[in-house]
Ligand binder design. Structure first.
Ligand code: SAM
Length: 279
């Protein structure tokens, strides 16, 4: 494996990858609608070939495989061995014969050419050199081939993460905000940066539109559990497990107002991005 994204490779093969693998069903329930919004924009057709970049545990790869049908094919690419293990198990259980997975860095991997489409649900914000990565992805597309992905807008607009994170205020010193553009979930929060990267990588027809949707679907305790197991709160609890009771209480208070019936739904804010390979 190339060393281009060594830190991310370590991260997604260690605690993050194992956490996502363990919680994937619940994570999918939360973010599935956002991936489907990007997939509708991609509009994969029967018989097409699609790459799913940063496919993780394969939820979107399976849906893409369903949409392209037995005459089409999907290749899911990821750097996380534990997440790919889940993805392969799911594909086997589903009998998806038009779906394969490969452990590789999308920035540097030699990709198959002539693909109809490249897709990603939150898997393209982690590249050390995003221009090089997207140029690599573009070269895998046939002339006229399409790209579509979904990525996060700024953290404060994503109340579903922001409010639980704020609940930890005062318990531990706040982590310094990442430098804008540093690889990570919010690296593509600035749409002008995304446009520049894609243009430099040779894409045309770049369209970036905001998508706002309340997401969740877990009950109150499930939502509290998810909020404290992953992301910034997960990192705090790994350092200070003694804070678990107070953090749970604070997060429960923060998310309770968003309980609708027996499930919590909170605002999310994403960009739906699409572009074309001119050839
Ligand atoms: C936020 S997770 C999203 C996973 C999946 N797309 C989903 O929505 O469930 C980001 C994924 O990108 C993968 N990733 C990060 N950098 C990558 C790279 N350079 N090449 C391939 N995959 C990468 C991670 O291993 C992880 O699975």
């Amino acid at each position: 494996m190339a060393a281009a994204n060594e830190a991310q490779e370590a991260y997604w093969n260690d605690v993050a990858g194992r956490t996502w693998a363990a919680l994937q069903d619940r994570i999918d329930r939360q973010i599935r609608p956002l991936g489907l919004a990007a997939m509708d924009r991609l509009a994969p057709a029967a018989g097409e070939t699609v790459l799913d970049i940063g496919c993780g545990c394969g939820d979107t790869s399976l849906e893409l495989a369903r949409r392209v049908g037995p005459e089409g094919g999907v290749l899911g690419l990821d750097i996380s061995a534990p997440m790919l293990e889940v993805a392969r198990g799911r594909a086997e259980a589903a009998g998806a014969h038009n779906l394969a997975f490969r452990e590789a860095d999308a920035q540097t991997a030699a990709l198959p050419g002539g693909r109809d489409a490249v897709f990603s649900r939150f898997g393209v914000m982690f590249f050390a050199d995003p221009e090089a990565a997207f140029a690599n992805l573009r070269r895998s597309l046939r002339p006229g081939g399409r790209l579509a992905f979904v990525c996060w807008r700024p953290l404060p607009e994503n109340l579903w993460i922001h409010l639980p994170a704020e609940a930890a205020a005062g318990l531990v010193p706040p982590a310094p905000p990442p430098e804008p553009g540093t690889p990570g979930p919010f690296a593509f929060a600035d749409p002008d940066r995304v446009r520049r990267i894609l243009a430099e990588a040779g894409f045309t027809g770049i369209e970036i539109s905001p998508h706002d949707e309340a997401i969740g679907g877990l009950d109150l305790e499930g939502t509290v559990g998810m909020s404290v197991w992953r992301g910034p709160l997960g990192a705090i609890l790994r350092e200070r497990p003694d804070l678990a009771p107070v953090l749970h209480d604070r997060v429960r208070t923060a998310v309770s107002p968003w309980l609708r019936g027996d499930a919590v739904y909170m605002p999310s804010a994403t960009w739906l991005v699409s572009a074309r390979n001119p050839g």
